[in-house]
Design a protein around this ligand. Structure first.
Ligand code: COA
Length: 281
């Protein structure tokens, strides 16, 4: 798969500034955390013209609300991280639809030159991940997906993953296995900027009920090969997956923030698991 120059993955060695101990930051924000009127006011001040046009195109108010909360969350959290004003952030999209923060010549006011982020939204939850170097991918999925959707999703996985799913009892345990794999695969392919353009049977996860991801077989074109994957259930029955490439500077910790980033509430700190992939210890 060919990437445009702008979509090429960052390698820490190419960066003018590397924050070796910057945490991975993740926000989980339910729509209910931002009253609809307030979300509309913030959106009117913070979103760019393209985002406002997108918001206006939704047929259902529920979907418009989700979009407004998700994108005000993105601008608020990026503004805090970068030290910029929300409306001044320039966000562009790759040909495959992945949003990126436009780098600033001279670096960011709060230090560093590069921020990457990724967004996921589903059933009233918005999930945002931010890293200080290379890439991040995130996905959120509630467990209450219908049987038909679960069956369809399962057929996209690698044969050994489908066998692992079949070994679970039908119903809830099997649904959980399907959605654990799905969120991980989405997080990985979104970190790569490929989304569903990457066939989900071309890379393989081995999962353990207690230890999370124990092995990872990347697709042939993976420039990093070794990754760190975090699985969380920050709210009962809501699954979250986070994917970041592993490099020689392990991010020490993931900070999980709940709710809209109004102030500086203390996040939960989660130690990142070790790298998985070919050659991982
Ligand atoms: C990315 C994708 C997997 C998202 O699927 P989803 O489960 O419905 O949605 P999620 O809520 O998890 O994520 C949606 C967010 O991911 C981000 N996103 C969109 N495309 C992305 C991509 N290629 N890579 C990473 N993130 C992407 C966006 O922020 C999007 O939210 P927004 O549109 O409100 O900004 C899916 O939209 C996709 O495959 N897109 C690529 C389509 C493509 O290849 N187009 C090429 C046209 S030539």
């Amino acid at each position: 798969m060919t990437l445009t120059a702008a979509e090429q993955p960052y390698r820490s060695g190419n960066l003018p500034y590397v924050e070796t101990d910057a945490p991975v930051k993740v926000w989980l924000c339910p729509n209910d955390d931002l009253a609809p009127d307030l979300a509309s006011v913030l959106a009117a001040h913070w979103l760019d013209e393209e985002e406002k046009e997108t918001a206006d195109r939704f047929l259902f108010e529920r979907d418009r609300r989700q979009y407004l909360v998700a994108h005000t969350l993105v601008r608020r959290a990026l503004a805090l991280e970068a030290g910029l004003v929300e409306a001044e952030l320039v966000i562009w999209r790759s040909p495959r639809g992945r949003p990126f923060l436009q780098p600033m010549s001279g670096g960011l006011p709060r230090g560093g030159a590069h921020l990457d982020f990724n967004l996921s939204h589903a059933s009233g939850y918005n999930l945002l991940g931010i890293v200080r170097r290379h890439r991040i991918g995130v996905d959120v999925e509630p467990l209450d997906r219908d049987e038909q959707a679960i069956e369809t999703i399962k057929t996209t996985f690698a044969p050994e993953e489908q066998e692992w799913i079949a070994r679970a009892a039908p119903g809830r345990p099997r649904t959980r296995r399907v959605l654990r794999l799905w969120t991980l695969k989405e997080a990985y392919s979104k970190a790569r900027g490929l989304g569903l353009g990457l066939p989900f049977d071309e890379f393989v996860f081995t999962l353990d009920d207690e230890r999370g991801v124990t092995e990872f077989g990347p697709p042939a074109d993976d420039p990093f090969t070794r990754w760190r994957f975090v699985e969380l259930e920050p709210v009962p029955d809501v699954l979250v997956a986070v994917a970041v490439p592993a490099d020689e500077h392990p991010p020490p910790v993931l900070q999980l923030h709940h709710g809209f980033p109004w102030g500086r509430q203390a996040p939960h700190h989660i130690t990142l698991p070790g790298p998985v992939g070919p050659g991982a210890p």
